[in-house]
Design a protein. Structure first.
Length: 120
């Protein structure tokens, strides 16, 4: 099981890293476009304004970075022998949850409790 989990996490990490790299390149190209474009595209009826593209790309980049960090954390837990153990209650995280969310740190009841408690 451990090697299957490692393979899956490694594949997820590779996908997230590739997505992050592509998004960073898209943002760099948009930055170049923004520097060279002197007119106001906010009221241009043709296509999406640069600010909307910038915002969308920034959100996608944040998501990819978060996913990368979560996968790295899951790989560290796998190495430490704590993968699949709830960080809050210490009980095993069900295999079905790990199948859907392979980097889950919490079992469903603990995740629900954490989501219901602001600032936690």
């Amino acid at each position: 099981m451990s090697s299957d989990v490692r393979e899956r996490l490694t594949a997820l990490r590779s996908d997230a890293a590739a997505r992050l790299s592509a998004l960073d390149a898209d943002l760099a190209a948009l930055t170049r476009d923004r520097i060279t474009q002197s007119d106001d595209d906010e009221h241009d009826p043709e296509g999406e304004p640069l600010s909307a593209q910038w915002s969308r790309l920034s959100g996608l980049i944040d998501g990819a970075r978060t996913e990368l960090a979560e996968v790295d954390d899951a790989l560290a837990r796998l190495d430490a022998g704590t993968y699949g153990v709830c960080a809050a209650c210490g009980k095993p995280i069900p295999a079905a949850r790990l199948e859907v969310r392979p980097f889950a740190r919490l079992c469903v009841p603990c995740a629900e409790a954490a989501a219901a408690t602001p600032g936690r």
